[in-house]
Write a new protein. Sequence first.
Lengths: 330, 271
Amino acid sequence: MKSFLKIMLASALAVSANAKEIKLLNISYDPTRELYTEYNAAFAKYWKGKTGDEVTINQSHGGSGKQAQAVINGLEADVVTLALAYDIDAVSKQAHLLPADWQNRLPNNSTPYTSTIVFLVRKGNPKGIKDWDDVVKADVKVVAPNPKTSGGARWAYLAAYAYALDKNNHADAAAREFIKQLYKNVPVLDTGARGSTVTFAKNGIGDVLLAWENEAHLALKEFGTNDFEIITPSLSILAEPPVALVDKNAKRHHTTEVATEYLKYLYSDEGQEIAAKNYYRPRTEAIAQKYANNFTDLKLVTLESQFGSWANAQKTHFADGGVFDQIYQK
Amino acid sequence: MLPGFKLTLGFTVFYLGLIVLIPLAAVFLKTSSLTWNEFWQTVTMPTAIASYRITFGASLLAALVNAVFGLIVAWVLVRYEFFGKKIVDALVDLPFALPTAVAGITLASLYSSKGWLGQWLEPLGIKVANTQIGIFIALTFIGLPFIVRTVQPILEDLDPELEEAASSLGANRWQVFWRVIFPMLTPALLTGFALAFARALGEYGSVIFIAGGIPMKTQITPVVIMQELDMFEYGKATAIAVVMLVASFVLLLTINVLQWWTNRYNTNNLA
């Protein structure tokens, strides 16, 4: 027995001398749950093959703004993978955990995959919704989350606004009128994207749900293609959910190297393929071609081209007294 | 004075300070990061003002309704024996025990146009889910145990001889209730009312799923605070919280004074 223990101890020591056990914490937003479950397993395998070290990645999901707040308030995330750059900017600005120019550190604005906003409608599309113009018709009920509390909702708002700008030769007044019509059609503003999906799919409210493209596909998987179908509008926003290393936390955990590689590997063929399989639009052209069936072609415009920057969009549209508030105040 | 007064008072002050005052002080401190002008602009935003009206109105109404029906429930539970009484008694605590989000989702699906109750109410033109009625129903649901559980022990201690004496002196049943029983229950009822009201003011989980969250119409103050937090406007969030705190404190203090006054009135009258 004693010798057995000795062997056990010796082998345990031997293992720890060669291979390290590393833990990473990835703080993410709601709809990426399935994506990162799959990606984490793939990365752990890749890292083990490369270095021999075991890496365990813990993931946490919630509303993007709330997740950012948790990190600001001391949740020890090594990496953040959130719905919009504005939330990671806040982590940098409020808690100084990463430099202000974090978004330049990885390719494509630090967004290895993109998404967009599409419509989920009831089977057979009884209201004949084809594009944004149908969504603002008086007899259509729209379900969307509150842009002040949900990252996905902000993208949805900006997608509709970008469409209205495009249609009206960039006349701001017309776009404001359009967005007003749209939100007049919304009977329920849930605080998050998942809440809106439940309101639409389970509680049977509304004719159309403004949803993340990947969330819409997930809803089809979950609730069945017998009840719902996806409609892709002619124009939408190129939603860029960025990823970033939380420098100070990673440094303290001695995980800077592995955490950096964790984010870089998202751009590899394997990472891109996992993103595409989970209905996130990959950046790599070859992978995008391979999974072309998962995505409908549409005109995608960037936030920068239409609204300048997140700080700008936030100030004009979502801050107190902004365009969104004005919709509800006469 | 009881022995150990200094020790227990010291403990009380320390405990209240740790659990209640320090977090409250933090709220005020955070608010002070705003200038007076910013503070005033934040707390008087049209969406904020509308939310105070909705939150305080629905909470008050829910607590009032609970005061009436909770009293009846407590009365039935104390005064009558019937089959399944233990189960009914346990059911009263359910709103306490149920996670509020679960309660909210359940209520929302019950009252939606496809739900068990909603499908019958909708043809009658009564919309509950995503209206102010929905907010009121959720707040009534979570407030019920407060009234029942504060009134129940007082009712149990009530000496039936007092009622018998009143009857033998010629009082009818209404008079016995209004002149004898009700005054003795008033302090407990006020306590229960205050608890239910205070709880409803801060309620979030059970309300958001059924409220609809439309600014100016069905948005409660806790959601307005949440909006500010989600935009990383901590100062503004706490500013609105301060308004809620001060208003609630004044209301609760008023109720306490009222209760103290009725208590004294009763003791004087009975003595």
